[in-house]
Design a protein around this ligand. Sequence first.
Ligand code: UD1
Length: 441
Amino acid sequence: MDIFVVQGGQKLKGSITVGGAKNAAVAIIPAAILSGDICRIENLPTISDVEVISKILVQLGAKVKRISSSVIEIDSRELNSTQVSQELARNMRASYYMLGALLGRFGHARVPMPGGCYFGVRPIDQHLKGFEALGAKTGLRDGIISLTAKDGLKGACVPLDVVSVGATINIMLAAVRAKGLTVIEHAAKEPHIVDLANFLNSMGADVRGAGTDVIKIRGVSKMHGATYSIIPDQIEAGTYMIAAAATGGDITIKNVTPKHMESISKKLMEMGVEIYEYDDSMRITRSGPLKACNVTTMPHPGFPTDMQPQMAAAMSIAKGVSSITEGVWENRFQYVEELKKLGVNAEVQGRVAKFTGVEKLIGNHVKATDLRGGAAMVIAALIAEGETYIREIYHIERGYEQLIDKLVGVGAVIDRRTVPDDFYSEKTGKPDGCNADCGCN
Ligand code: UD1
């Protein structure tokens, strides 16, 4: 297995270019099949989630051609299967977007329950409620979700009971090809929902209101291919902003939409970080101490839940007591136990975590518990004295492109090392006897 080895203590300085948004890419790639034509998608992040969702299309009969590291061409003219394989679906959460996309194009779909990061129960009742409102019959047997709309899909009003990114996207995907008008109420407003709507419209769909809580979709009978460039990744940009802030560095982030970063910038400024905004870049620098702050995660435009673990890493050395209240997921603090191994002083009670700032963190062996929890380990390791060894990095690589290269480019000392699969004791989470060639003491 591969691990990251981070030598902490460097102040990050220089510039980092952010890639395309992961959560937009994993919705836009399935959406391309609605065209039944050729689509060219640009500014894709080079991450494993994009590989997996592309493989799903290929398995269904589409042709996916890689034009460059960030550009693919999807030819879905001959895509003819509507059954996604278990092996691919369980690798990621967004495999469930094949439900809406296949239902929209063919009127039926069979997709296994998705995988993805574990934050407690992740229900899909709102997705199913939406499909049913459009006239589909839904079923779940042996972990496979099946959808059938024998008489075709018909537009309907879908008032969501919870603001759900996934349900909003899935209903949009199905509704673009339904007969008549669909209205999604209490829709999610994340930047990638707007990006998906723009992509659907570029293929001939009629989607209005994305970015507000009411989205209106007038179904069209035919769509066509398009060329589309994905927005920059808000969470990747935010992660590097926090890395700069936490290490007391000075970083310019390029290919970013400052408007998408407002809730994150506001909190960092409260913590004493200086932020300068330009058209499509931002400079983040800190010279004074970090101050404590309180964060509550909320759907967009609130503070993103996908940024709270990284924020926790910065809070761990902020003067005073900081808190994070998780307003989206029931159980998103598993990473805190790992942070504690680096000397973080934290206490979790239900959906609230409190962090009492400490003078310094000290390197140790930790694991990435999930994608953003993994990013928090990297940031904490960059602050920590000595070496930190991060395992289970496949979580991180699902969502961060060229993380090591980008961080090394701004002065971090971090590399990827291969160790035997049984290198770590399951019981202690440390190398057995700690006498193997890992470099730790
Ligand atoms: C997406 C993101 C994820 C992010 C989350 C919230 C992708 C691939 N993943 O996940 O990184 O953390 O948005 O910004 O884009 N819920 C229900 N019933 C449903 C659906 C959701 O009760 O049918 C609840 C969930 O349990 C959760 C809340 O709604 O409490 C938000 O979930 P949702 O916005 O759907 O998250 P995802 O789309 O899965």
